[in-house]
Design a protein around this ligand. Structure first.
Ligand code: NAP
Length: 252
């Protein structure tokens, strides 16, 4: 049995119905945290409920909450529901994100805005709502999932990489503002991870990624989740404003 370092804490993981978010929810529950499982698509409701049920079987409190993180009213409504059910949120994991890949010359303004609204605007909505209570409590963890493409750039992902790079810069500035309140603010930057988001990537591109990755394969959601658990741990109290890369060495 692993060390229950997050026992008594409450975590919110956005976009936890599948992929990396689902693995993060399981990892935080394994550390003893209660978990709010966020999702947005009506078609993901059953999946999100199954994720929550599995966490309950692990011995923590868990529940699924539907909200579009890019909509401030929906984000606020979800947080009110979570506070009603669990009392507060100690660990926020900004994981929900979308991509709308196109080369820049073909990229309509709507798809630029859509990606920025979810990936960057969603981070604003959740952090702005939850930070006051973390500061008041004198303890908090904010962890945002960014991407190696914010560090390296990527063909066809100007909108997505800009949104992720903005979250990295936001993280560093916010870390400076709230460090004295024992609220740490960090990012985890995954490389290519096997999820729905990469399922449509052409085999040629995947093979190229494997070629330029020292570990020689794609990563798993669990490998990303472990880095999130590490940053959420009370013992990670002197780590803030950092970007932890989980990319198999693809970018150093
Ligand atoms: N996969 C990779 O290789 C990779 C690499 C680097 C970074 N990342 C980042 O890692 C995170 C997770 O990626 P993933 O591959 O696990 O993605 P995914 O499989 O596409 O899952 C996305 C999750 O986000 C949720 N979501 C999307 N838009 C939302 C919104 N507006 N409000 C609330 N929830 C929303 C989805 O909910 P529904 O199920 O309800 O649609 C789903 O749970 C993202 O931040 C992504 O940018 C992924």
């Amino acid at each position: 049995m692993s060390h229950q370092s997050l026992k008594g804490k409450v975590s919110l993981v956005t976009g936890a119905s599948r992929g990396i978010g689902k693995a993060i929810a399981a990892e935080l529950a394994a550390a003893g945290s209660d978990v709010a499982v966020n999702f947005v698509s009506p078609s993901s409701e059953d999946k999100a409920k199954q994720v929550a049920d599995k966490l309950v079987q692990m011995g923590v409190r868990a529940r699924a909450y539907r909200a579009d993180v890019s909509d401030i009213a929906q984000a606020d409504g979800m947080i009110a529901d979570i506070v009603r059910d669990f009392g507060r949120v100690d660990v926020l994991v900004n994981n929900a994100a979308i991509n709308r890949d196109k080369t820049f010359m073909k990229l309509p303004r709507e798809q630029w805005d859509e990606v920025v609204r979810v990936n960057l605007g969603g981070a604003y909505n959740l952090i702005h709502a939850l930070l006051p209570s973390m500061v008041e409590t004198g303890w908090g963890r904010i962890i945002s999932i960014v991407s190696v493409v914010a560090q390296m750039g990527n063909f066809g992902q100007t909108n997505y990489s800009a949104s992720k790079g903005a979250v990295m810069a936001f993280t560093k500035s916010l870390a400076r503002e709230v460090g004295r309140k024992n609220v740490t603010v960090n990012c985890v930057a995954p490389g290519y991870i096997e999820t729905d988001m990469t399922a449509g990537v052409p085999e040629k591109v995947i093979n190229h990624v494997k070629d330029i990755t020292p570990i020689g394969r794609l990563g798993s959601p669990e490998e990303v989740a472990f880095a999130v658990r590490f940053l959420a741990d009370p013992r990670a109290s002197y780590i803030t404003g950092q970007v932890v890369a989980v990319n198999g060495g693809m970018y150093m």
